[in-house]
Structures are given as C-alpha cells and as structure tokens.
Design a protein around this ligand. Structure first.
Ligand SMILES: Nc1ncnc2c1ncn2[C@@H]1O[C@H](COP(=O)(O)OP(=O)(O)OP(=O)(O)O)[C@@H](O)[C@H]1O
Ligand SMILES: [Mg+2]
Length: 660
C-alpha cells in the first residue's frame, strides 16, 4: 500500500469513532487488514464498502449531537432576551447575561466541588470590575487571592494581618449607641453570647465612655482587665467575654481608627481569610459586613454600589445560630433581605443547594445551578424553579455531551423560565503565582496570675497599698514618674514620702528596685517593680495590674516600652513583642494605609552580633519592611556596622537614646 493509504486508514478510524463503532472488533479488523489485501483493486473496493457503511451512521450521530433533545426546550431566542452588561454564558452562539442592577437582587450559585463555581464567579467579578463596580470578596480558601489579581490587576488582596480596623468606631451616619447595638447583635451570633455576657459588654462600654476614654480595642481590653470580678456569676461572664477579648487582641484591631472603610468600599478587594480560625473569621466578616450595611441609608432606586461575595456560604453563618430564637437573624440573612435598597449586591455560592436558607433562596433572583448529583438538592431546585420531573432528573447530566464540559441551569430576573447555558472557557494567565501561605499566628493574652492564699501584711498602710497599686498598674515607670503619678491623686505626696514608702514596701518584700543604666555612663534610672508577693497582694485585692510587657531583663523591657511610647507619640501603631508570622520583634510599628509600612526595632543589649544578623534575615522573611537596630553607644554601632551586609536597604542602625 502507498504512503497515502495510512491516511485513509486514519480517516476510517475517525469515522468509526464518530459512528460509535471504534471498539467494534469486526470493523477494527477490517480497517487494520486493508494494507494486507493482495491487490490495490481489492483495497479500493473494501475501503469504499467501509465508507458506505460508516458514513451515514457517523452523520446521524453528529446530527443528533447538534440538536440534542433536552427537557428545557425550547430555549429562549435572541430577541426574547434583554440587553446585558455582564455575560453569564451562551446558548449556541447567542450571548446571554444580566444588567448591573440585577446584582442588587443577588446571585446564588450551587454545584458540587470542582464543577466551576469559583471560576464562574471570577468571570462575573472581572466584568463587574471592568464596569467600575467595586467588589469585596471574603475569601476563606485563598482561591480568589490567588486568581483574581492575575485577571484584574486593579484588585487588591488584603491579608487579615494587614487589615486595620477599630470595631468600636461607628459609621458616620450612626450614633455610638446605635452602632453598639449592631455590635451586640453580631457578638451574640459569632460567640453564641447570651444576655448576661452581652450586658457585661455594654456595661464595660458605658464605663469606658464615662471615663471619657477613646473607644478602641486597646482601651476596651484594658478596661476588661482592670474591672474587678466580684461575684462568681460575673466571673463566668467575664470568662465568656474573654473570647471576644482574644479576638480583638489580634493586631488587626490594635489601632486607633483603622482603614477608611468608605474609601475601601470603592475598590475591588479580596480579603484573604484562608488562615483565620473560624469564630474570629465570622467576627471579622460580621463587623465589616454590618458596617457596610449600616453605613448606607435605605433608599429606593439605588444603583449597585458594591458587590459582596461569599463563596462557600456555610462558612458565613451557622445553622445552629439561625435556629436559636434568642440570637435574632444571622447577619448574612438580614443582609440578603435588606441590602438591595442600600446599593449592595451579593453573590453567594455553596456546594449543596439544599443548604441554602429559605431567606437566601427567596431573595436571590438570579440562580445558577451546576450539574447536581445529589437527589434531595435536585428536588429542592425543582421546587424553587418549578421544574417537571424530567427536568429535575436532567440536572444530574447537565454536562453530558457538551463541549466545553460546563453547562448550567440558570434563572434570570428578566426571563420567565429557567434555561440552559454553556459557561465559556476561561484562560488563566500563565504567570499565576502560587505563594506559600503563612502560618496562623495569634498574639495570645498573658496568662492570668494564679491566685493563692498568701500571708497577711498587716503592717501595710493604706498609702503603701495605693503606691503598690500605682506601680502595678503602670509598669516600668521610673521612681520619679511614679511619684508624679501618685501626686495626681494625692497632692501632699512628695519625693521624700515616695522614698520612704518604697523603702517600707521593699522591707516587706513587696517591691524591688531595678537599676537601668542610662545612656550617660555611671547613671541609672531606678525602676520599682512589685515582687511576686507584691503581685499576689494586688490580685487578692482585685487590682487589675498589668504584667511587664517585653522579654529579657527588666532593663530590656524598660527600653522596649520607651521605644514603643516614642513611636506611639509619633502617631504610629506600635506594640512590644509584635509578631507578623513566626518571630517576635522587640518593638514593631505599623504605619496604617492600604499598603502598611512595618518597621521592626531590635534593641541590641549584648554583643551577640550573630544573633542580630539572623534577626535581620528572619524579619525580612516575616514581612517587615525595615529592621532598625537600636544600640547603646557609638562603639556598638561601629561593631554592628562592620558585620552588616553592604547595600541592604532594609536595615538601619540608630542610637537607643535617639529613639526614646
Ligand atoms: N469556566 C472555566 N474555564 C476554564 N476552566 C475552568 C472553568 N471552570 C472550572 N474550570 C476548571 O475546573 C477547576 C475547578 O473549578 P472551580 O475551582 O471553579 O470549582 P468549584 O466549583 O469552585 O469547586 P469547590 O467547590 O471545590 O470550590 C478549576 O481549577 C479550573 O481548572
Ligand atoms: Mg470554589
């Protein structure tokens, strides 16, 4: 047989495949034995025979494929469908989509894992962003954080560690009381709090307000620790409220006012929450969503101002909470019900249709249903979209015989019946970067001191107790700073009295004095600190003292505090022993903004320069933009300078005295 005959064989095999007979042994043998036939004549006649047999079969099957019978026929025709802004998919060559306003009546997407829900939503987001509609995605799996920026370079990804938010700050249109009412509601939902705990929360807030203090996570936590727990019942409430206190002790909330949420809501933003623990995550989202919801006034005919995306809906509310009558309606359901007239659109997705709450189903007028294998869900879809038995069953084979392999059932607000759509293939740019996700890190609260029975110090006078409490509540002050504080509430106090009281407390073993070298040789700050017995005495009297922040010696802690305070005075957010991912730094500061700038301060106390070099490296890996080494004197500065790598712009050496 000639070379061209190989092609003939191949063509016949293709034809057999189209005819559905590629596995038929007789046909295969006939095609394969063609070259073995004795004469070209025989070969030609056999080929013709096979062609004659296979062609009509193949043609019939191809034709059947084109005009596939399915129970949703007839599909809508071009002129029946309105114009659109955002493409959903195709019916053959006909493009079908929805208007921007249709997002205000919300979109619900369901389908088993890996069917393409996330990709479908990404394609919607890309188009919304191109139309200038801001979108906020609460991304619990990190998919959107990975993929959206490569589709829309304008989209910003904010890791929750980088977010700065004061949950006590009310939106501009609400009074503080109104906002606290909202906060109370979502605290109930996020932490399952009952009335007792909620009342405790409110009473702490009232106390803060009465003291005229700024309302933020820091002042709240301080108040929580300061207030004595007198009754047993109350102690339980305090313990429950501890979960909220731990949540707001996260760096996200350690700021005066945080990001400008109004500005943020004009941008496409992915909140990457993939590393966040469940109940904190719910709290984080509840706070932001409630803010967006409450900050917008209710008005008819609003355009779509912001689209919120909740993929994997089950992460955003708990069935348990929605059933408990004392908790009220979960924030997400309330939002789906009321957000339309506030200009908020919502896209919700879940794997199981059956899991969508009735409120969600009733309020989402655009529904996208991927191939649904689970029977109960098919029945529910059937009920919600008025499908007949045959249509319902067809939901399990939506993607059979379809190229590319994704077809969905959709219901849109502007067409009376549901119909089938092909989802176009999405090409991802190759340069997609997959980054390693950082470990989950939390800044734990200090352990509560254990309370024990301890000996009475009868000789302790009222004045001495007060002095001890002042030192305990204001750690790491110098002697003269302590005296000045006491003078605030006791004008007769003076330096000599201070010296005498300290001496008496030291003799009783309740106080000790640490000498911290100043930058001038031979001179010291004297820093009084309660002893273990001193702290025990304070806790027995229910004085909410503060433990010393920082690590290492009292001297080291003293300078950590000084550096922190200086930074705070400059208006920066600063924290001792701050941690971004893996390792604490002596003092960390963050300048707030969409791209926060993070500076780590390391106080160089001894001559261990290798340790400092390794700190430098680890800090850069952890995400600090700059490491500042604070050294005691010029000599140390020169030593360090000699070992630092040249040309590293992420490091600076400063004299400690300039930083305090
Ligand atoms: N429209 C599409 N174009 C191209 N590829 C797609 C499309 N839809 C889905 N895929 C492919 O299928 C894979 C799974 O899709 P996707 O992540 O959207 O599924 P999912 O339904 O969100 O799954 P899960 O429930 O597990 O989150 C994707 O990684 C992608 O490779
Ligand atoms: Mg997904």
């Amino acid at each position: 047989m000639a070379a061209a005959d190989g092609d003939i064989q191949e063509e016949l095999l293709k034809l057999a495949q189209l005819a559905g007979l590629s596995q038929d042994e007789g046909i295969r043998a006939a095609i394969e034995s063609l070259p073995l036939l004795p004469s070209p004549e025989r070969q030609r006649t056999e080929t013709e025979k096979l062609m004659k047999y296979l062609s009509p079969l193949a043609a019939m099957r191809v034709w059947n494929g084109d005009a596939e019978e399915h129970p949703f026929l007839p599909q809508p025709e071009g002129e029946e469908l309105p114009e659109f802004d955002v493409l959903l998919g195709l019916i053959d060559d006909l493009k079908v989509g929805v208007k921007l306003e249709d997002f205000l009546t919300h979109v619900q997407v369901s389908g088993p894992t890996k069917k393409g829900k996330t990709f479908f939503i990404l394609s919607q987001l890309r188009q919304l962003i191109e139309h200038g509609v801001p979108t906020h995605i609460f991304d619990t799996q990190g998919d959107y954080a990975d993929l959206l920026p490569s589709m829309c370079p304008r989209a910003k990804v904010i890791r929750y560690q980088d977010m700065r938010r004061n949950p006590f700050e009310e939106p501009p249109n609400l009074t503080q009381d109104e906002w606290l009412q909202h906060v109370t509601n979502y605290l109930r939902e996020c932490f399952y709090y009952r009335d007792g705990v909620v009342n405790l929360f409110r009473s702490l807030c009232t106390q803060l307000r009465e003291q005229g203090l700024k309302f933020n996570a820091r002042t709240f936590v301080e108040e929580y620790r300061r207030v004595p727990r007198t009754v047993r019942r109350e102690a339980d409430y305090f313990q429950s409220l501890g979960r909220f206190v731990t949540a707001i002790s996260n760096p996200t909330y350690q700021c005066e006012s945080g990001f400008d949420l109004r500005m943020l809501s004009t941008e496409p933003v992915v909140f990457d929450l993939s590393n966040m623990a469940n109940d904190w995550r719910l709290f984080f989202i509840a706070d932001l969503v409630t803010w967006h919801h409450a900050s917008r006034t209710y008005r008819r005919n609003r355009g779509v101002e912001l689209v919120l995306v909740f993929d994997e809906l089950s992460h955003f509310y708990s069935e348990e909470a929605s059933k408990r009558s004392d908790l009220g309606e979960p924030f997400i359901l309330q939002m789906v019900r009321e957000s339309r007239k506030r200009g908020l659109g919502v896209i919700l997705a879940d794997q199981v249709y059956k899991n969508f709450h009735g409120t969600v189903r009733a309020n989402c007028q655009t529904k996208v249903v991927f191939e649904t294998i689970d029977g109960p869900s098919r029945i529910e879809v059937g009920r919600d979209l008025s499908l007949n038995q045959e249509q319902q069953e067809f939901l399990s084979e939506l993607s059979f015989n379809v190229q590319p392999q994704r077809r969905v059932l959709v219901q849109i607000p502007t067409y009376p019946k549901p119909f089938l759509l092909i989802i176009p293939q999405i090409e991802m740019p190759d340069s997609r970067q997959v980054y390693e996700k950082p470990e989950l890190e939390w800044v734990p609260l200090p352990e509560k001191e254990e309370k024990q029975e301890k000996p009475q110090h009868d000789e302790v006078s009222h004045e001495m107790d007060r002095y001890l409490a002042t030192v305990g509540c204001n750690p790491l002050l110098t002697e003269s700073e302590c005296d000045a504080l006491v003078k605030n509430y006791d004008p007769t106090h003076n330096k000599t009295r201070g010296t005498n009281i300290r001496k008496a407390l030291m003799e009783l073993g309740l106080l000790e004095e640490h000498k911290v070298p100043t930058m001038k040789r031979g001179r010291y700050y004297k820093v009084p600190v309660p002893t273990k017995a001193g702290y025990e005495r304070l806790s027995k009297r229910k004085i909410g003292f503060k433990t010393l922040e920082g690590n290492g010696s009292v001297q080291h802690k003293f300078y950590q505090r000084r550096v922190k305070e200086k930074l705070q005075k400059q208006g920066l957010y600063a924290e001792v022993e701050m941690i971004l991912r893996t390792k604490q730094v002596d003092v960390g500061s963050v300048k707030e903004g969409l791209l926060p700038r993070r500076v780590a301060y390391e106080i160089v106390w001894d001559d261990d320069l290798d340790k400092e070099l390794s700190n430098l490296e680890k800090n850069a890996i952890d995400g600090w933009d700059m490491t500042v080494f604070a050294v005691q004197n010029e000599e140390m500065r020169d030593h360090l300078n000699a070992v630092l790598p040249d040309g590293n712009e992420q490091v600076e050496i400063r004299l400690l005295r300039e930083l305090i």
